[in-house]
Design a binder for this molecule. Sequence first.
Ligand SMILES: Cc1cc2nc3c(=O)[nH]c(=O)nc-3n(C[C@H](O)[C@H](O)[C@H](O)COP(=O)(O)OP(=O)(O)OC[C@H]3O[C@@H](n4cnc5c(N)ncnc54)[C@H](O)[C@@H]3O)c2cc1C
Length: 321
Amino acid sequence: MTNTPAKELVTNEQGAVIGVIAEREGEKISVMAKRAVVLTSGGFEYNEAMKQSFLPCGPFYALGSPGNTGDGIIMAQKVGAALWHMAAIACPLGFKAPEYEAAFDVMLFGDRFIYVDIDGKRFANETELEMHEMWRTISFFDSARVCYPRLPTYAIFDDVTRRKGPLAQKMGVNMDYEWSLDNSKEIAKGWISRGKTMRELAQTISVDESTLEDTVKRYNESCRTGVDADFSRSKESLGPIGKAPYYAITLWPSLLNTQGGPRRDKNAMVLNYEGTPISRLYSAGELGSLWGFLYEAAGNLTECLAFGRIAGRNAAAEKPW
Ligand SMILES: Cc1cc2nc3c(=O)[nH]c(=O)nc-3n(C[C@H](O)[C@H](O)[C@H](O)COP(=O)(O)OP(=O)(O)OC[C@H]3O[C@@H](n4cnc5c(N)ncnc54)[C@H](O)[C@@H]3O)c2cc1C
């Protein structure tokens, strides 16, 4: 049943969900359920229209499966499901190469780096941004200038950091790509920008040259004194951006996953807008996850296991119709 996406839920006259219509090689096929239907089709990480409607800014790229196009949300809505947590996401920073559909998760080793905005200015304590919530800091909207000055964000670093290890983590769907250990392959590809001076680097990423130079000077002075008066980076984490050459990588919000979808109850039943379960329709996983405003790390997989079991047991306990 691979390459056979479900397209529609089928209901009987009483509104109970009794099967699905799927599509295989352009042909529609009907699959009748014996007892119930359990939706587990993931989030809407690759549905541009949904991301534009429900998330606060854009672009949002994604690290996970390109199959997550929000189909389950549309199917559930068509049978009257209520939606919840549509604006809730888990989202670190990543690099998006044009030739790859998914983004690469980027984390810099050591402490000799800073993040700057499109003006070349620091905006946060780089070492204390919680991975799942990074998107909140970089989605800041400047209402006076009517722009998102941290989209994209640039990580600025020196040659010591460049040699410390691959910037991209082995996670997500781009696992087949072998990121070079010293990042040299990605510099040659133009994925990482290089400058012989900070001004040259600024030109390459189209950031104001004097501002970036001043930002790095001020940051390096903080490293010398051990006091980051701007963003309170701890003394231990203040690693200076040392000798040239200098590097930059462009970072965007890159979704681990979305949490939104059809609302479910403790029995894993999908609810309508009156709060009543839709007969014989269950869900589990990140499709309508229980995680709302603040995501607790590792909560998604735990929820998959817990609600997968609950949904499976309860669906199997339905009377065959
Ligand atoms: C890189 C990365 C790291 C993560 N790390 C963690 C972690 O450490 N801890 C944690 O708790 N969570 C983590 N998560 C989140 C977690 O992995 C997901 O929330 C979880 O895997 C969701 O499982 P799921 O079964 O609900 O959906 P998915 O695993 O996304 O599966 C949904 C499947 O449904 C398929 N599908 C979509 N539409 C249809 C359709 N119409 N018909 C048929 N099939 C369809 C999709 O192709 C996909 O295969 C991470 C996510 C990523 C991307």
